[in-house]
Write a protein that binds this ligand. Structure first.
Ligand code: ATP
Ligand code: FE2
Length: 338
C-alpha cells in the first residue's frame, strides 16, 4: 500500500491575549498546538501591551509548534489566520505574519473568522454534524446555528460577554485574571441564592445590570455578615447561566437542531455544562462540550477552518486578507456546508 502524506496547514490565532499556533493535516489530525497567553500583571488587556508581547514572542511559538509536529516550515502547504473579530492591533500581527509566511513560502493563505472556527473545531472534535452552538468566552456570547448557507446568530449579548462579566467581578474582589475558574470554585461552596437582575430581551442577553448589582452586593454593609463571597459567586453564576440556558433552549426549539455544542473558555464551567445538558436532554438533543484544549482560543481551529474553506473554494488573494475587527459571523458564506 502506498502511504500518501496528507497536506498540512499552519493556523495562527491572534485575536486577543493568546497567540496560538496549531498544525493540523487536511484529514483533521492535530499534529501540534502551542499557546502563548499574555497575562496582565493587573487590570484588563491593553491592546498596545499585548501587541508588543506577541510581536516579541510569536516566532518562538511557531518554532515550538513545528518542533512538536516534527516538521519544518517547508512542509507546510497552507497558512490560515484569524482575520476577525478581535482587537485591531493584535489581529494585524497575525495577518502580517501569515501574509509574510504565505509569500515567502509561496503557499496559499486563507483568512478565517474566529467565531466560525470555534464551531468548526467543535464539529470536528465532537464528531457532530449540525449543532446549535452556545459559544461563551471573554469576548463573545453567541447562540448560533447553520441555516440558509450561514452561521446565523439566534441570540447574543447586548453589552458585555459572560466571560468578561465573571472576570470583571473577580477583579473587583481581588482575584487575578482569568476569574471564571475562581468564581466557579467559590460558587461550589454555596447554595444561597441572592436575587439579581435577570435580563433577557427577546433572544438577546444583557449582563451589565447584573454586574452592577453584584458589585453593589460586595460593597454593601451586609457583605460578610448576612451573605458571603461564595453566595454572591453562586448567585452570579446561577443568574447568568440561567439566562444563557433560557435563550439556548428557545433556539433549540426554534431551529429543531438535534445536537447542542457548548464551546468557548466558559464551556469549562461544570455548572453551565450541567444546565445546558439538562435542557438538551429535554429536547432529545445530543449534548457535547468541546474538549477544553480546543474550546478556548487555539490555532488548530483556525487551521482547520482554513482547510475547510480552501477545499471548498481555494485560497484568498493577499488583498482579501485584510483584518476586520468587527466582522459578524452571520455575514460570511459557508461554502463547505452546502
Ligand atoms: P474569545 O476571543 O473567543 O472571546 P477569550 O479571549 O475570552 O475568547 P477563551 O479562552 O475562549 O478566551 O475564554 C476565556 C474566558 O473563559 C475567560 O473569561 C475565563 O474567565 C473564562 N473561563 C475559563 N474557565 C472558566 C470556568 N471554569 N468557568 C467560567 N469561566 C471560565
Ligand atoms: Fe475565542
Amino acid at each position: 500500500m502506498i502511504y500518501i502524506k496528507s497536506k498540512i496547514a499552519l493556523g495562527i490565532e491572534s485575536t486577543a491575549h493568546t497567540w496560538s499556533v496549531g498544525i493540523i493535516d487536511f484529514e483533521g489530525n492535530v499534529l501540534s498546538l502551542v499557546n502563548n497567553m499574555y497575562l496582565p500583571e493587573k487590570g484588563g488587556l491593553h491592546p498596545a501591551a499585548v501587541k508588543e508581547y506577541h510581536l516579541n514572542n510569536f516566532h518562538k511559538v511557531i518554532k515550538k509548534a513545528l518542533h512538536n509536529a516534527n516538521i519544518t516550515l517547508k512542509e507546510i502547504d497552507l497558512i490560515a489566520f484569524s482575520k476577525s473579530p478581535g482587537l485591531g492591533p493584535i489581529l494585524k500581527i497575525g495577518a502580517h505574519v501569515a501574509r509574510i509566511l504565505s509569500q515567502l513560502l509561496k503557499i496559499p493563505i486563507v483568512a478565517v473568522n474566529h467565531c466560525i472556527a470555534h464551531i468548526e473545531i467543535g464539529r470536528l472534535m465532537c464528531n457532530i454534524d449540525d449543532p446549535l452552538t452556545l459559544y461563551v468566552s471573554g469576548g463573545n456570547t453567541i447562540i448560533s446555528a447553520y441555516e440558509s448557507g450561514r452561521y446565523q446568530i439566534f441570540g447574543e449579548t447586548l453589552d458585555i460577554p459572560v466571560g468578561n462579566l465573571l472576570d470583571m467581578f473577580a477583579r473587583d474582589v481581588g482575584l487575578a485574571h482569568p476569574g471564571g475558574p475562581k468564581i466557579e470554585k467559590l460558587a461550589q461552596e454555596s447554595n444561597t441564592y441572592l436575587s439579581l437582575p435577570y435580563v433577557v430581551k427577546g433572544m438577546d442577553l444583557s449582563f451589565s445590570g447584573l454586574y452592577t448589582a453584584t458589585k453593589r452586593l460586595i460593597e454593601s454593609s451586609d457583605y460578610g455578615k448576612k451573605f458571603t463571597l461564595n453566595d454572591v459567586a453562586h448567585s452570579l453564576q446561577e443568574t447568568s447561566f440561567a439566562m444563557l440556558t433560557e435563550v439556548t433552549e428557545r433556539a433549540i426549539a426554534h431551529t429543531e437542531k438535534t445536537e447542542v455544542l457548548l464551546t468557548g473558555g466558559v464551556a469549562a464551567n461544570k455548572r453551565l455544562q450541567e444546565m445546558v445538558k439538562s435542557i438538551s436532554e429535554d429536547h432529545n438533543a445530543k449534548f457535547e462540550v468541546v474538549p477544553l484544549k480546543y474550546a478556548g482560543d487555539n490555532g488548530a481551529m483556525i487551521g482547520w477552518t482554513g482547510i475547510l474553506r480552501y477545499k471548498a473554494e481555494g485560497a484568498h488573494t493577499i488583498s482579501a486578507t485584510q483584518i476586520n475587527p468587527k466582522e459578524r459571523m452571520d455575514q460570511i458564506s459557508i461554502p463547505w456546508r452546502n
